[in-house]
Design a protein around this ligand. Structure first.
Ligand SMILES: [Zn+2]
Length: 45
């Protein structure tokens, strides 16, 4: 499942919540960003 993050408070918001109401349930912000699903792996050896 795709989840978003609120740009204001950093709250994780599930996709189905955004589809119902495009607003952060915690702070009421309407600006979200999509965290990367695949984190960049850095080898340190
Ligand atoms: Zn928020």
């Amino acid at each position: 499942m795709v989840s978003y993050k609120c740009l204001d408070c950093g709250e994780k918001i599930k996709d189905d919540i955004i589809q119902k109401r495009f607003i952060c349930p915690k702070c009421g912000s309407r600006i979200f960003f999509k965290p990367r699903n695949k984190p960049k792996i850095v080898k340190t050896d």
